[in-house]
Design a protein around this ligand. Structure first.
Ligand SMILES: [Zn+2]
Length: 181
């Protein structure tokens, strides 16, 4: 009886999965500086607590563009209102100024901690400037945080599947992942 119920549940999840079309996108690094690197992946600073996202930096604050990472035109919804800083704050729940690209079946791709400038705001674009590399929200140093979530749970396959790890290039010409959207 338990086995039969479990089979039914698995079947139901399979059917639900077909209701929203999702596709693998390609994400490149967010900073057009050859020195940009990945500093955190599944764990903060590579060996700290659970993170399940990419943190990328070129060691500067407010000197470089924070660019859209998806390599085709997508709608980036902007959530702003956080003061530009190279330190940290709890603004927007710790996300700081951020963007969300929404896909099917609860999937999202997000880029956090943007220092806003004249480029910031909701828009449809392909790898365009979204603001400056900064440290708005819960962040102790200027960087770009990128994650791929489904119904709010951060997934790791989008970057582990292409071999992105600590020290990988976060240059805008380098593929860092294949997020689901
Ligand atoms: Zn992060």
């Amino acid at each position: 009886m338990i086995g039969k119920s479990l089979l039914y549940l698995v079947g139901l999840v399979g059917v639900v999965g077909w209701t929203g079309a999702v596709n693998a996108a390609t994400a490149v690094g967010p900073i057009c500086d050859q020195g940009a690197r990945v500093g955190s992946t599944t764990y903060y600073s590579c060996n700290g607590g659970s993170h399940n996202a990419l943190d990328m930096s070129n060691g500067t604050c407010s000197e470089w563009n924070h660019r859209g990472m998806i390599n085709v035109s997508k709608y980036y919804k902007y959530y702003g209102g956080c003061a530009n800083t190279c330190g940290g704050s709890s603004c927007n729940g710790g996300a700081g100024n951020y963007y969300v690209v929404s896909g099917g079946s609860g999937w999202e791709f997000r880029q956090l901690h943007v220092n806003s400038n004249g480029s910031s705001g909701s828009k449809t674009c392909d790898r365009c400037p979204l603001g400056l590399v900064g440290s708005t929200g819960q962040s102790t140093g200027a960087h770009v945080h990128a994650d791929n979530r489904q119904y709010g749970t951060r997934k790791t396959a989008w970057y582990t599947s292409v071999g992105t790890t600590c020290g990988s290039s976060a240059y805008c010409g380098n593929r860092v992942g294949t997020p689901t959207l």
